[in-house]
Every structure is written in C-alpha cells, then in structure tokens.
Design a protein around this ligand. Structure first.
Ligand SMILES: *Cc1c(COP(=O)(O)O)cnc(C)c1O
Length: 820
C-alpha cells in the first residue's frame, strides 16, 4: 500500500471488499491523520477538544464507509429496506457507543492514554443528542442500534431540531427550562447533504382540471420550504452494517425574497427566511400530550413529505417502478406523529406519479405499518380541520376522500350504527383524527406490551379490530442492553463475562446462565459489592450536584422517568413523607435506611407536574436537613434527566419504581433497563411490568395496587378518594397544606380530594396508597436479609434477556416488515 495514503483513503480502499474496515485501524495513526487534516496538528500538540472532534470525525468516516459498502450490498441483493419514521430519536451520546460497537474501545483508550489523554474525559465532552422527550424517542434509538447490529437495512427519519429537549434547572424549588444548544459540539456527528434537499409545500389551494380526459389536481399558490437532510451514522454491535438516521432541517429555497428586496423591504425578506427555518428550530417538549399548534403540524409534514419523497426517489432509481414498493420497502409510523404518511404517500403516487386511487391505496396500505404508544385521550392526536386545510390543502382533500370511502365501507359493515361509524371516522366533529387514519390504512398495527395490546384490541381500537383482526399484534418493547448494561455498567459486565462467558454480549438470553449461581454465596456477595461500587459512584455525583451526602449502604430506591400524573411520582413522595412521620414518631425505632432518588422533566406548560417536582424538592429540603431522620432517610431530586444521566443512575439502583396506575403505561422501558442492572421492581401490573412479573415470578418482584380491570371497575362503581384516607394519610396531606414544607401545596391536595379540577384523584393515588405502603414495608423487610435481596437481584438480571431490543426488532422484521 502506498505510504503516502492517509488512513481515510486506506479505509475507503479496504471497505470496497471488507465490511469490517475497523479491523485494520491503527488508532494513533488514524487520529494523527485526522488531526492534521482538520486542525493542522498532531496528538502531541492537540487540545482535548481537538482530539474529541478528530476522534468523532474518524469514527464518522469509518461508519460512512461501512454504510456505503453495506448499502451497495443491499442494493445488489435487492434487499427489502425499512424506514422508521419518528418525530423523536433520543440518541444520547454517540462516541462511546460507536467505539464499543466497532470493537475499538480498548484500543482507543490505550492510544489516547499513551498520548496523555483520558478517554473518559473525552467522552464527557460528547453532548447528548436529545431529539426526543422520553420513552418513545429512546425506543426509536434502541431499535436503530438493534437493527444495525442484526444487519437489517433500516433508515431512521426525523428532524434536526436545533434545540432538543430543554435543559432543566431547579430554581427556588421550581423547574426552569433552558435551551439545549447541542449542535455546538454535537454537529461533528452530522453530515449535511445540501444537494439532496427536497421541496415541501405549505398552504395555497387545490386546483383541479382535465388534461386530455385525465383528471388532474395540483396545489397552487403555496409557499415552499426546502428540507435539507443531515446524516447521522448508526453503528451496530459486531456487525457488517452501518445505518443512517436522516435528520431534516428546514430552509427557504432561495435565501432571500428578491421581490421584497427590490421593494427595499430588507428586514421583511430576512424575516421570511427566519420563519421558514423555525420549522426545525425546537422539539416540542410535551410527552404523551398533544399540542394542536400550527408549527407542530408543519414539523410533522416536513418530516413525512421530505422522507417519502426521498424514499420514492431512491426506490425508483433502483427498480424503475413504484408498483413493487410494498415488496421492497416497509415504512413504519412511530406513534401517530408521522401519520401524515398515509395521505402524503397517496398524494405522491396519485399527483406526481400518475396512479389511480385504488392502486395507490393498495400500495399505501401494504407499505405502511403503525405502532400505538398510548391510550390516553389527551395524547391521541386530532387536528382542527381549518388549521389542517389551511396548511395542507391537498393532503386534506385526500383525507376527505379516504374518509368518504371509509364511511361508505363502514355503513355496509355496521349499518345504521352511527355512534360506531362516527367513532371510527377519519374526519369528524371538525377534527382530523390521526390514529383512525393509521387504523384505516396500515396493514399492521401493534401495541407495545401484552397488556397494552389487549387494551387496544378490547378497548379503544375494538371496532377496527373487529373488522380487521389480522392486522393487530403485540410487540413488547425492548432495550439496547449493550448500551444500558454493557457500556453503563462495565464492572458488572466484566464480572458476568468471567462468570458465564461472553455469549450474553451477542444473545441477551444467555444471561440465564446466571441462574445456577442463585444460591452461590460468593457470587451473591460479588454482585452486592459491584452494586455498592455503582452506588458510591452515584453518591459522589449526588454530593457534587445537590450537596447532599447519601449512604451507599442505604436502599437506593429510584424513580426516573418523565414527570406525569399517571406515572404517580406523587404516590412515591407522599409515601416518603409518610415514612418521615413514622421515623419522627419513633426516632430510635428499627428502620432500614433508605435513599429515594427522583429525576424527571415536566413538560414546560404542565403546571401540575411542575408542582409535583416542587413538592419533591421541598420534601427533600425538609427531610435532608432534619437531624432526627438523617441517617435513615434521604430524598434527592437530580436535575436534567437525560440518557447520559440515566446511564449513571441505573447501575446504582436497588429498587425500581414502576408505579403507574394500571392500564395507563403502555409498556415502559425504564423498567427493563433497571431490571437488567439488577434492580428489583416495586410496581403495579401495568405495561411490561406484567411480563417482568411473568419472567421473575411472585418471589422476585414487589407487586401492589389495583389491576387494570379493577381500576375500570372502581370507575364504574364510582371512585370516592376520601374513602381511602386513613388518619396517617390525612396527616401526610396536612403536611402539604400546613406550610411545614416551606410552601403550601393546596392545589395538589385539591386535585386529590375535590372535583374542582374535573375528577378528584383521576390517577387513583389514594386508592393504591395503603397497598403501596405495604409493598414498601416488604421491601425493607427483605432487604434486611442481604443475601435474599441479592438473589432477587441476580434473578432479575438473569431473566431480563427477553427485553432486549434484538428480540423486539426481530419480531418487527418477521411479523410486520417482512424483511429477509
Ligand atoms: C428509558 C428512558 C425513558 C423511559 O422511561 P420510562 O420509565 O419507561 O418512562 C425516558 N427518558 C430517558 C432518558 C430514558 O433513557
């Protein structure tokens, strides 16, 4: 090989024949080459930030080549490809994940150490790509990782939000939001493709005419926005594949409005420019809640229209036809946010590619599939008809025709059952209903846990399920456990490798090899020692961030997730105050020391959620500063919950709080991450907790509370929260209104007791309180017996393999996408 070739060229050469160019990497040489090219320096005189950028760029170039070769192979073999459409990808950090997946972690660690750099400090520079709110966005990222690791050709489509999920700070006990300018450093992972920009049309009106006996339709008088794709490469563990996450950014077609310029209206011209670019400016921070805002609709259409145009273009270039689209392309709609795929694919096929309605509908239905993520009515997307028609006139007219044909069909199936027909309609009551749009079209619809899918089948989607039962199926969520276990808990991972071998790195089910050690005292002690180390690491972070010292020998009881009333952080903190009162009443009693740790962002406009955060913060102030309880009880609220913080908290958890009201948490994935790190769940039989319970049995989980059907029955009977209030619980509620917490939380108590805000205690916090307190007593009792607790922990790790995203993605590939 020519000595003058740099590493980049060598990688290109190698990659032509070798799907694993990373195997030929010489870390020091590669870093020096990149540093010379980009910064004109070498490792010896580079700054830490320069090394960070050079390392990221080197990895990105490696993945670019892998992706090119992989893409060519898929094209040669005419493999079916899947496109995952999601308004959110909660990517987290990329550098460590990519090095780990490529098998280069140890080599680069050493090469950097030799040059005087600590790779962990360099990892710390890598910002979280926070292009999502919570579970739904993280799931999309876990699935990209898993699909890539299994060599499936999968492309993710989303938006390049300039500002991802906000940074959270607690100021005077209240959540404040600050912009997350992740691109400042995170841009190293993105590769712009300006030449592949796509035009997306908003507004105007529909014009119809006859052209040589053909009925023609077009949108006229619209305004254009250009969608520019930015590629982020996704690696897979020990894999020949590299896939792409394509993020669209909005730009005006020509940077200036020349007409406005010639009128001398310079400021207005630039303003218009800025208006177009606001479309991809910021992620909406509401989780599981709709915001019927014009800008949000424009974001959704930007994603859908740009992605579908680029998919069709690539497909036509390969196959010179669109009729085989369903055989070669699967397009997945992650929740209803990209549901505009249905009318937009119809529009493109009919208006731009001359298909008739019936054939276009057949192609559309067989290409699209949809995952539902929630049954909460406030999260089911509905758009005001006037807003929708104003922004997307042609797409609206297609929705009308879909609706007209649907209703014609339903009238035949359910004659005169107008209630049902109205419930199933795509357009009704002056709204366009996105879930019904998906149900009317998609050839597969799935829920995300067994319980959730049952609720879809027998509850909210019952009527659709009756006419097309074969379309409905369950795929229980899964997690990319190589990030959530192997990378975030290297101590446990190395220990497991020694004990049971490394098979579990490829196949999570091999974690079951741990089971034979469940009575091995040495192994149980080792596991507790590792947990203790992880708790020390978290304790140091807590002391550093909150100035609170917590005892690593206390039970670390952890609730980390978005702040939502249905997730019932309120139940947890009320119980903490209940414990506080018990200790105060009996300061010398025998009490198992506990540390309750919370982390959660509330949607910026969700006042009740913010009040709950304030309550947690106020309770922590009171409790942590009370010498009577100091060595027994601590409460911590960690700011700015995000992927990289989760990676530090989760390995340190003893107890995983999964306490949503039964029937509301579609699946949960935090429960799975905590389980695989050896935390024992205290939870309701909700979402995937049901399946965690199936795996570990009654003995290895702390269940409490009403089951989903009992919740339903109590609603039917009539729920009166005051009936569930004991004197002890009343005393806790009194703490909220008396001022002992430094402020008063009358609103929160009102929301539990009175109908002033609609229904009293709609999430039945009080109804489940006593049984929750009982389950928490069980936790303390079991923890007294360290070995018994360690055994529970071991069994949770051993049985968590089924919750791998490898298993989940395989099910999608086989049963929904029909990939080879
Ligand atoms: C996994 C994850 C979630 C989802 O947590 P749930 O407990 O399932 O709601 C939310 N946010 C982040 C940062 C996560 O990593």
């Amino acid at each position: 090989m020519n000595k003058k070739q740099n590493s980049k060229q060598k990688i290109q050469k190698l990659a032509e024949n070798d799907a694993r160019p990373e195997r030929a990497i010489q870390p020091t040489e590669l870093l020096n080459d990149t540093l010379r090219r980009i910064f004109g320096c070498e490792l010896a005189d580079a700054t830490q930030k320069q090394v960070y950028r050079a390392l990221c760029i080197s990895v990105r170039e490696l993945l670019t080549e892998k992706n090119r070769v992989f893409g060519n192979r898929c094209t040669e073999k005419e493999r079916k490809e899947v496109y995952y459409m999601s308004m959110e990808f909660l990517v987290g950090t990329s550098l460590r994940n990519n090095l780990f997946n490529l098998g280069l972690e140890a080599e680069f660690r050493k090469a950097l150490a030799d040059a005087g750099f600590d790779i962990d400090e360099i990892y710390a520079i890598d910002p979280d790509a926070g292009l999502g709110n919570g579970g739904l966005g993280r799931l999309a990222s876990c699935y990209m990782d898993a699909a890539t690791g299994m060599d499936y050709p999968m492309t993710g489509f989303s938006i390049r939000y300039e500002f991802g999920i906000f940074k959270q700070k607690i100021v005077d006990g209240w959540q404040m939001e600050f912009p997350d300018n992740w691109l400042e450093m995170g841009d190293v992972w993105l590769q712009a493709r300006e030449d592949d920009a796509v035009e997306v049309k908003f507004g105007g009106e529909v014009r119809e005419w006859m052209d040589n006996d053909r009925f023609k339709v077009a949108q006229v008088g619209y305004s254009s926005v250009m969608a520019v794709p930015y590629d982020m490469y996704i690696s897979g563990y020990d894999s020949d594949a590299a896939n792409r996450l394509v993020l669209w950014s909005a730009k005006l077609p020509q940077s200036f409005d020349m007409a406005a310029f010639s009128r001398g209206d310079y400021v207005r011209a630039l303003e218009r420019n800025a208006m177009a670019e606001t479309i991809s400016k910021v992620l909406y921070p509401a989780d599981d809640h709709i915001q019927g805002k014009r800008l949000r609709l424009k974001q959704q259409y930007l994603l859908v229209s740009a992605s579908l145009q680029s998919i069709l273009k690539k497909h036509y270039k390969k196959y010179r036809t669109y009729t085989n689209l369903p055989e070669k392309v699967a397009i997945h709609i992650n929740d209803t946010h990209p549901a505009l795929c249905v009318p937009e694919l119809m529009r493109l096929l009919i208006d731009e590619h001359d298909f008739g309605w019936d054939e276009a509908w057949d192609i559309t239905c067989r290409t699209l599939s949809y995952t539902n993520h929630t049954v909460m009515s406030e999260a089911l997307e509905r758009w005001n008809v006037d807003l929708f028609r104003e922004q997307l006139p042609r797409v609206y007219s297609i929705c009308q025709e879909i609706n007209r044909r649907l209703i014609e069909h339903l009238c035949a199936v359910y004659p005169n059952d107008w209630g049902k027909i109205n419930y199933m309609a795509v357009i009704a009551n002056n709204e366009v209903r996105m879930a019904n749009l998906c149900l009317a079209a998609c050839h597969k619809v799935n829920g995300v846990s067994k319980l959730h899918t049952d609720i879809l089948r027998n509850g909210i989607f019952r009527d659709y399920c009756q006419i097309t039962p074969e379309r409905f199926l369950n795929v229980t969520n899964g997690i990319a456990y190589r990030r959530w276990l192997c990378q975030s808990d290297p101590l446990l991972t190395d220990y497991l490798k020694q004990l049971i071998g490394g098979d579990f790195l490829r196949d999570a089910r091999a974690l079951e090899k741990l089971l034979p050690y469940q009575n091995d005292e040495k192994v149980l002690a080792d596991l507790m020692a590792i947990k203790r180390k992880n708790k020390e690491r978290l304790a140091a972070l807590i002391e550093n961030q909150n100035g609170v010292r917590v005892d690593p020998d206390s039970i670390f009881d952890i609730q980390i997730k978005r702040l939502h009333e249905y997730k019932r952080q309120l139940l947890n903190i009320l119980h903490v105050l209940y414990l506080y009162r018990q200790i105060k009443a009996n300061p010398h009693g025998d009490f198992m020391p506990r540390t309750f740790i919370f982390a959660a962002k509330a949607s910026a406009g969700y006042i009740r959620a913010k009040q709950i955060i304030s309550l947690i913060v106020a309770a922590s102030k009171l409790i942590n500063n009370d010498p009577d309880v100091n060595d027994k009880l601590k409460v911590v609220f960690l700011e700015d919950y995000k992927v990289s913080l989760a990676e530090i908290i989760i390995p340190a958890a003893d107890i995983s709080e999964q306490i949503s009201i039964a029937g509301k948490e579609a699946s949960g994935t935090g429960n799975m991450k905590l389980m695989i790190n050896g935390a024992v769940t205290i939870g309701t039989l909700d979402g995937a907790n049901v399946e965690i319970h199936e795996q570990v049995g009654d003995e290895n989980i702390f269940l409490f509370g009403m089951k989903a059907h009992e919740v339903e029955e109590l609603w039917q009977r009539g729920y009166h929260p005051t009936e569930f209030i004991t004197p002890e619980l009343q005393a806790v509620l009194d703490m909220l209104t008396s001022g002992v917490l430094g402020q008063r939380f009358d609103d929160l108590v009102d929301s539990l007791l009175t109908n002033r805000f609609g229904t009293a205690d709609p999430y039945m916090t009080l109804a489940d309180f006593q049984d929750y307190a009982r389950a928490q007593r069980d936790v303390a009792a079991v923890y007294q017996d360290k070995q018994r607790f360690a055994r529970m922990s071991l069994i949770n790790i051993a049985k968590a393999g089924i919750f791998s995203s490898d298993r989940a993605v395989k099910e999608y590939a086989d049963e929904i996408w029909n990939l080879d």
